[in-house]
Design a protein around this ligand. Structure first.
Ligand code: C2E
Ligand code: MG
Ligand code: MG
Ligand code: MG
Length: 284
């Protein structure tokens, strides 16, 4: 009897399996093959240095072209993390981003997002080293973006890896700052090079004085801790002028540039380099 009951429970589950779970399953199955089918690609979104008035850094963002549509990382990264697929995918992102950055003019840095799951594998350090070596770019041109969840566990091994990466010359940024649970304490646990203020604060920056106060405070905090600050999600001139006035080091957002395919990003950098060349000659 128990057996048949078990079976009927199973059938009930199958019939009631919701669309969400089905789509998760199909994403998971597709994702397993995405690398070998070459369905993954990177787009690149520049960060404008407000003091320098040029692109100082470019963030690599993952895209998945699957069955005729492009799937957002917001949809598939969590599934990649749960299934462990983030390890090979994240390694591919690092190598590909460094390879492409090697073709850019000047010393523009490349920023790569790291999942906390990638810290679980012991060889993150050697993967980063070999990605840099293969691409022949110095460690100082690489920035790694991590989120607060990495430090949630106050995990000593994660901190050690962060310190080792930093000792190599790699820069470490705290991504989406302000969305976690105890953001402020994380700034004490590790000397980040950059704080990226989450774009949710940008949305109502011009209408809500509390958002403005928070951004002002975070930028001030960054300044006193020796960390640079980047404002994410800058979409309007008004927001740009406001974060400029508040003293942000960099801005990123659709106003300056959306994420671009590699060729378009390279041409943006070359155009900019050509404009700045004569000025530099004049000055010297
Ligand atoms: P993120 O690292 O905070 O990246 C910024 C996201 O904001 C990107 O979304 C970008 O397209 C979007 N964005 C940039 N400027 C604006 C703006 O002005 N307005 C608005 N509304 N959005 C803007 P995207 O590319 O969909 O990536 C979403 C998230 O997925 C990223 O957030 C990052 O957490 C994750 N992700 C992307 N690529 C990778 C990757 O290679 N590895 C890992 N682990 N995560 C990744
Ligand atoms: Mg990021
Ligand atoms: Mg971010
Ligand atoms: Mg974000």
């Amino acid at each position: 009897k128990a057996k048949s009951e078990g079976r009927s429970t199973y059938h009930f589950f199958e019939a009631g399996m919701d669309a969400d779970l089905q789509s998760r399953r199909s994403i998971e199955a597709g994702l397993r093959l995405a690398l070998q089918r070459a369905e993954l690609r990177l787009v690149f979104q520049p960060l404008l240095g407000l003091g320098e008035n040029r692109v100082t850094c470019v963030e690599a963002l993952l895209r998945w072209d699957h069955e005729g549509r492009t799937i957002s990382p917001v949809e598939f990264i969590p599934i990649a993390e749960e299934t462990g697929l983030i390890a090979p995918i994240g390694e591919w992102v690092l190598r590909e981003a460094c390879k492409i950055a090697a073709t850019w003019p000047g010393d523009v840095r490349v920023a790569v997002n790291l999942s906390p799951v990638q810290f679980k594998s012991r060889d993150l350090l050697s993967i980063v080293k070999s990605a840099l070596q293969e691409a022949r770019i110095p460690a100082t041109r690489l920035e790694l973006e991590i989120t607060e969840s990495l430090l949630l566990a106050e995990n000593d091994t994660n901190l050690k890896v962060l310190h080792d990466l930093r000792a190599m010359g790699v820069r470490i940024s705290m991504d989406d700052f302000g969305t976690g649970y105890s953001s402020l304490s994380y700034l004490r646990s590790f000397p980040f090079d950059k704080i990226k203020i989450d774009r949710s604060f940008m949305r109502d920056l011009t209408s809500r004085s509390d958002s403005q106060a928070i951004i002002r405070a975070v930028i001030g905090l960054g300044q006193s801790l020796g960390m640079s600050t980047a404002a994410e999600g800058v979409e309007t001139e008004e927001q740009l002028e406001m974060v400029r006035a508040l003293g942000a080091s960099e801005v990123q957002g659709f106003l300056f540039s959306p994420p671009l395919p590699p060729a378009a990003l390279a041409s943006l950098l070359h155009t900019e380099a050509a404009k700045q060349q004569p000025e530099r000659k004049k000055a010297s």
